[in-house]
Design a protein around this ligand. Structure first.
Ligand code: FES
Length: 111
């Protein structure tokens, strides 16, 4: 079911946050990244071994805030499409989660 995740202005620019969705046994973890007026969301599972990516709760970006970084073995991913540019899963991608932006609110679409 479509639901509001947060307001765009609640996210740093660039910045990130964690969220969960789904019911009980199907509960899943996601991450959202804001860059300017755009938002991108993915499952919080590294394609290397499935670990969560955040190095602190809700913190997914590298120090320069240019890439999503996996805290476990250091893989780096492009923000805009989740493609892994370096690390043990180079060439693989994060699994996208559909989000939209309307009237300053980030919406999680049916997934
Ligand atoms: S679990 Fe992410 S790089 Fe190994």
């Amino acid at each position: 079911m479509k639901r509001a995740l947060c307001r765009l202005d609640e996210l740093e620019d660039p910045g990130s946050a964690a969220f969960t969705f789904g019911e009980e046994d199907l509960r899943r973890a996601g991450l959202i990244v804001r860059r300017g007026g755009s938002v991108f969301a993915y499952l919080n599972n590294c394609p290397h071994n499935g670990s969560p990516l955040d190095w602190q709760a809700g913190r997914f970006l590298d120090l320069d805030r240019r890439f999503i970084l996996c805290a476990t073995h250091g893989a780096s991913f492009r923000i805009e499409d989740g493609f892994c540019l370096g690390g043990p899963c180079a060439g693989k991608s994060l699994t996208p989660v559909p989000v939209t932006l309307a009237d300053g609110t980030v919406w999680l679409e049916d997934f």
